[in-house]
Design a protein around this ligand. Structure first.
Ligand code: SF4
Length: 316
């Protein structure tokens, strides 16, 4: 969606737009835009993608690398935190940008895609890493063409049995989940798709159809949600989200504490409150609908349960 169209619906954003956009691009897909209540400044979908004056405020607790990726990056475009898993960044581009994203501090002046040589080196590293799972991430790995995606999967598959694609595209741009994409993933099974949906209103009929195409093709689909102030910090909303995902045959895998990246302080939910919400959710949903509440800490040690971390760290 272009600036003029967004500002005609939300003229109050004119002042913040340029500065927020320069720090982290404002980009919204038409599909997501059509699901938003554009007149409502508290719309839970709008809060995820529209710039906010609060992003520009001082954020003394905000970090540039909130999950410690840079210390675990042996070569460009690769993050290797666990012996059994290796993560590759196919691109830094996304169809839509989420204001809370932990990658919002990607340097806007840097290249958004690896060169052919860099990508060759990244794949060679991953194939020799001894990992049993490769995670394709970004940016959004479905922002690249099918051919590049499939070549990447095929090359990794020479030594790595399981491939995961972490993508928000089925939710933000459901028409990206074409029959050709699904057929290519089915041929390359096992490829898992981990989607990212935070609020039940993101589940439109087009999104439902995209998810069904994947599941019907035998592609396992899981969801990661991020706990966000004013979006889903409510047990009723979380219950509806998890139940609706299960009804669509999508497993609600993780509920993340928002990473402490510079500029998203207004969207963070403290760990103690997150634990209370998660406990309330546990009492409302079945085991298959209950996500794990996790944190990805800045020391690069990788995801862990918030409940366990709260005992050993000062998370409250
Ligand atoms: S789609 Fe994913 S990687 Fe892209 S901005 Fe949103 S959360 Fe970040």
């Amino acid at each position: 969606m272009g600036r003029p169209e967004v500002l005609s619906a939300r003229p109050d954003l004119a002042e913040v737009w340029a500065e927020a956009d320069a720090a982290f691009p404002v980009r919204i897909t038409r599909s997501f835009w059509e699901r938003m209540d554009r007149a409502d400044p508290n719309d839970p979908l709008g809060k995820q993608v529209l710039p906010d004056q609060a992003e520009l405020a001082d954020d003394p607790e905000g970090l540039v690398d909130p999950v410690g990726d840079s210390a675990c990056s042996p070569i460009p475009w690769v993050v290797h935190k666990y012996p059994s898993r290796v993560l590759l960044l196919l691109t830094k581009r996304c169809h839509l940008y989420c204001r809370y994203c932990f990658r919002r501090t990607f340097d806007p002046g840097e290249r958004e895609d690896p060169t052919a040589e860099e990508w060759d080196a990244a794949l060679a590293y991953a194939c020799a890493s001894g990992a049993t799972e490769a995670i394709l991430s970004g940016g959004d790995p479905l922002a690249v063409r099918d051919r590049h995606l499939f070549e990447t999967v095929d090359r990794l598959r020479t030594t790595i049995p399981t491939i995961r694609i972490h993508t928000r595209a089925p939710v933000t741009r459901p028409d990206r989940v074409t029959e050709a994409l699904v057929a290519g993933l089915r041929e390359r099974s096992p490829v898992w798709v981990i989607v990212h949906c935070n609020h039940p209103r993101e589940l439109s009929p087009e999104v439902d159809a995209a998810l069904a195409r994947l599941v019907d093709a035998g592609v396992p689909v899981l969801n990661q949600a991020v706990l966000l102030r004013g979006v889903n910090d409510d047990v009723g909303v979380l219950t509806e989200l998890c139940d609706k995902l299960v009804q669509r045959r999508v497993f609600p895998y993780y509920l993340h504490l928002t990473d402490r990246v510079r500029g998203n302080a207004h969207l963070r939910v403290p760990a103690a409150e997150a634990l209370r919400l998660h406990e309330a959710l546990r009492r409302r949903v079945s085991g298959v609908a209950l996500p794990r509440l996790v944190i990805d800490p800045p020391d690069g040690s990788g995801k862990r349960d918030v409940a366990r971390s709260a005992k050993s760290h000062d998370l409250a």
